[in-house]
Design a protein around this ligand. Sequence first.
Ligand SMILES: NC(=O)c1ccc[n+]([C@@H]2O[C@H](COP(=O)([O-])OP(=O)(O)OC[C@H]3O[C@@H](n4cnc5c(N)ncnc54)[C@H](OP(=O)(O)O)[C@@H]3O)[C@@H](O)[C@H]2O)c1
Length: 332
Amino acid sequence: MSDQAHEVVLARPVTATPVAADFVVVTRDRAPPKGDGSLKVRPLFLSLDPYIGARIRGRHMGEPAPAPGEPLPGFCVAEVQESRDPGFAPGDCVVTEAGWTDLAWVRSDTARKVSADIAPSLHLSVLGMPGLTAWAGMTQLARTGDGDLLTVNAAAGTVGGVAGQIARNLGGRAVGVAGGPEKCALVVDRYGFDACIDYRAVDWEAQVAAAVAPGSTIHFENVGAGQLSVGIRNLKPYGRVVLCGLADHYQADAGPAVTAIGPLVGKRAAVFGLVVYDFYPRWAEWTALAEPWVKAGRLTIAEDIGHGLDSAGRQLERLMRGENVGKTLVRV
Ligand SMILES: NC(=O)c1ccc[n+]([C@@H]2O[C@H](COP(=O)([O-])OP(=O)(O)OC[C@H]3O[C@@H](n4cnc5c(N)ncnc54)[C@H](OP(=O)(O)O)[C@@H]3O)[C@@H](O)[C@H]2O)c1
């Protein structure tokens, strides 16, 4: 028997930065697929991430843009309602890509079972793809440890916020950079960073230099060329740079992000490009480290939640403008 579901899809092809009016909620019939190996899932939260805005425009890692009416990309955390796989049971909590919908059938080999004793939304943030990204950059590429001093921007967001908390939990210190006093207060008061500098202040570059003097050992880049230059300038000799994201450039129609590389030579710096896909097979390593931290209150994230599928387009628009505070989610 088929069920009725609601789904958010594109109302039109997107050729500029996505806005709420690009999305529409439609009603769908969901018939069960033939054969075994599938799950009927009811999404609890959708994850909205910066790459989705680029993907919708066909600008992400060569992946095609979804056409109007097609399922939209992104993870959700969902409850299994019906299982045609002996490895899953009704009531299990899974992370999967179901589209932006309130009911779907998904292939069970695309679903990852997650702990039901942790708030479900955290499986999309600190324990999800952005948290895995921070872990990969900090522990596998920069190999952080005792005594490190990290600079990281977009520090109020999930990747930046988790990167700083990893540094601190492993014996280092963290200085964040973020847009506005509200985000900076969150980074220090809730995430426990040593300092956070508001890049909207006229003298923000001098403030970063003072906060990390005589220099940082790791710079983690989430935003783009202007902020990257400041991160590199304040690095100690033999420092490490993780190139994770370019949020300030994804929607720009100007040429590629450009930064002077001379200082990297002078500082004998190591530079690592990061693509989280490489680390998907190692998700369990991150959750084994992170879940005890979450339960002990040593790893946390603010949540920026929209309520209902109707809010999804508006939430993505806010993320594209950098107006989100913490992890951007939709409660389905
Ligand atoms: N390499 C990978 O595999 C990988 C995987 C996941 C994520 N990432 C990247 O990691 C970065 C952080 O991801 P996240 O999920 O934690 O996002 P997020 O920090 O919650 O959101 C992005 C933040 O970027 C900042 N930003 C600066 N300039 C911006 C602009 N012109 N437009 C929009 N935002 C701007 C904003 O913070 P402020 O106001 O504080 O500047 C905004 O809140 C992103 O660049 C993302 O693409 C990379």
